[in-house]
Design a protein around this ligand. Sequence first.
Ligand code: CA
Length: 730
Amino acid sequence: MRNVFVLSACAAALMLAAGSKPDEAVAANTAKAANVDSKRLMAADQNAGQWMSQGRDYKEQRFSPLTKINDKNVGQLGLAWFGDFDTRRGQESTPLVIDGVLYVTTAWSKVYAYDAKTGKELWKFDPKVPGEWGVNACCDVVNRGVAAWNGKLYLGTLDGRLIAIDAATGKQKWSTQTTPKDKPYSITGAPRVANGKVFMGQAGSEFEQRGFMAAYNAETGKQLWKWWIVPGDPAKGFEQPELAMAARTWKGDFWKTGGGGSPWDGIVYDPTTNYVIFGSGNGAPWPQSIRSPGSIEGNDNLFLSSVIALNAETGRYVWHYQMTPNESWDFDATQQISIADLDINGEKRHVAMQANKNGEFYMLDAKTGKFLSANGFVPNINWNTGFDPVTGKPKINPESIYTEEKGFVVIPASGGAHSWHPMSFNPITGLVYIPTTYGNYALVATREDDNPMGQKLSISMRKGQAMNAPRINASYLLAWDPVKGKEAWRAPFETGRGGGTMTTAGNLVFQGNSKEFAAYRADTGEKLWSMPTQTGVVAGAVAYEVDGEQYVAVSAGSRLGGLGGNYYSPNGSRILAFKLGGTAKLPDPAPPVPQVLNPPDQFGTPEMLTKGADAYNRFCGTCHGTDGQSRGMFPDLRYSAALGSSEVFHSIVLDGALSANGMVSFKKALTPEQADTIRAYMVSRAIDLKKNPPPTLGAAAGNRGAAAPATGAPAASAPAVPTQQPESPH
Ligand code: CA
C-alpha cells in the first residue's frame, strides 16, 4: 500500500513540476490509487496521459490524444518493460493506467498491478476461480479487464462474481454473486462504472441460459436493478413490461432452452443521455428452427442480437435496435459500441457505432436508437438481402434459416466479421479501425446435443463439415469511413488473425496479430513498425504517459498460442510496455513441450469405434478438436499417455482428476462404457497419425526462433483431414 501511495504522490508532483497541463487540474487529488470519479472521466480529453476506463473515456473510442509517439518516430519504439503472467491461457484484457499504475487482468480472472513506468509488480489478486468452472466458458477462461471508481477496481470473475478490490492494496472489499450458480453462466467481459453504479452482464448463450444486464452499488455491491434480455415462461408472468412485447416475437416453447441473449462484452455509459447502452448475444441454442420453430414472420426473437439503451439510474427500457432478427448464426451484437458526434449530411448527430459480427457496420442515433445506416464491411454477406430504408430492419434471406434437413453456408462465419476484439475510432482521420475477418461457416441443425454439461449449440459440426463448402478465411486490419459507409484502406497479415486496435493523435493505429505487435499510419495504413511477441496478441492496446514520457502497453498471449501454435508450444503470456528507445529484451522462448506419440494396441469392435467417434465429437471435440485433432490451447488426446490405461482414462474423464486445470468430470454425461468407446476411438486416431504423419511433423513453432524437436506437434496449417472449427465463436 505504501509503495502505491508514494508512487502516486511522486507521479503527481512530477507532473506538476513538468507543468504537464492535461493533468494539472487533477494532480492535487491523485494521492490515492484508482482515483476516478465522474469529473475526471468526463474530462478524459484533458487527462491525456491516463487510460481510466475500458475504452479510455465514456465515448469508448479507444483513441489516445497523446502525440509524443507518432508516425515520424514510431520506428524507434522498443520494449520498456514486461511482466510475466502465471497462466498461458488466452489474454484479452485491456489494461487501465491511472496515475502511473497499470492494472491488467489475465485468464482465470486474476488482476495484476504494475508500476507503469518501471514494470515493478505492486500486487496481484487471485479470486480463485474453481478450475472446473472452465467447462462453462465457450471460448477459453479469459477476462477483458477491470473498471475503476473511487479507489476501487471492479472485476467480473469466470464463475459470475462481481468483486470490488482496493486499488492500493489489491485486497477484496466486497463480492457479489451476480449469476445463479446452478446454471452455466460465466463472466469474461469488463464491468463499466458511472455515478457510483457498476454495470455488469454475463456470458453463456452457447449454453442453456437467459441473459440479463444489471447495475450494482459501487460501494456495497448491492444489486440496484436488473433487466432481462429474453422472456421467460409466459405462464410465470414477466419481470418487466417490455418482455410481454418481446414474447410475441417468439414461437413454440422457447423458454425451455433459456433463449440466450447474454450481454457478454460491449457496454457503454453515455453521459449525454444518462443511458447505459449495451449489446445482447445470440440465441440459445443457435438454430431458430429448433429454438423458436415457425415462419420467419413474427419470429424476430427480441431482444436477441440487439443494441439496447436503458436509463442508467432506473434500469428502465429506453430504446433498442435489433441487428439480427431470426438470429441463427451466432451473430451476437455484443461488439464494442463507440459513441461519437459526427456530421452526417450536414447535420450533427450523436451516434452509437458498432461493427457487428454479422458483417454490417451500424450507426444509430444514440438518443433515440433511430437507425441511421448499415453498410457491409465484408463482402458477400448472405444472411440478409437488404434493409428497410425507413425502419432499418434487415430482410432475412429465407435460405439462411437452416434446419436439420437443410444446411446453409453463412457469410460472414459464426466467429464474426468482427467480434470482441476492440475497434477504435480516430476523430482526426474520421476512420474506424476494425479487426476484420472475412469467412464462411456451414451450419446444419441437430437435436443430438442433449448434453447435460457443456455447450448446447444444436448444430452438427460433422454434418456442417460434410457440406464440403470451400473455406473462406481471411483476416485483415480494415480502416472504415463510418460517414461514407465505405472502406478507406486495409492492411493484410501474412497469415493468422488480427487482434484489437488502438489509435492515437500521433496518426497511428496499433494492432497485434498472430506473431507480432505492429503500428500503422492511421491515415494510409502504411506499416511503420512491428516487434515479434513470441505469441499471438489479441487484446486491445492502451497509450499512457508517466513523467512526461509516453508508453504503449498491450497484453500478449493468444488462445492458439500464436502462429501455428498449440497446447505444446511456448505461449509467453505477459504484459508488454513500449516506449521510444526502449531496450528491454524478452527472454528466449521456451522450446515446445516434446510430444510422444505412443498409442497402445487397438482394441474394440468397429461398432465401438463408431460410438466412440460420436461421443468424442459431442462431448470432447469443442475443446480437444473435431476428430481428435487439437489445434488450440488444449491437449491433443492422440498423444495422451492416458490412452494406455482404462483406469487412468476413467480417473480423468469420469472422476475429474484434472479438474483443477479445467478438465471437469464428465460423469453426468458419460457412462464408463462410453468413456471406453472414446478411448478406443482416440487410440485409432493416434494409430492413424503414427501411420500417416503429416509432412510438417516436427516443424511446428519454427517461427518462434526455437527449433522444434523431432517429435514436435503437427503444424496447424497441415491438418491430416480438413476440419471446420470456429476458432473463437463466443
Ligand atoms: Ca455467441
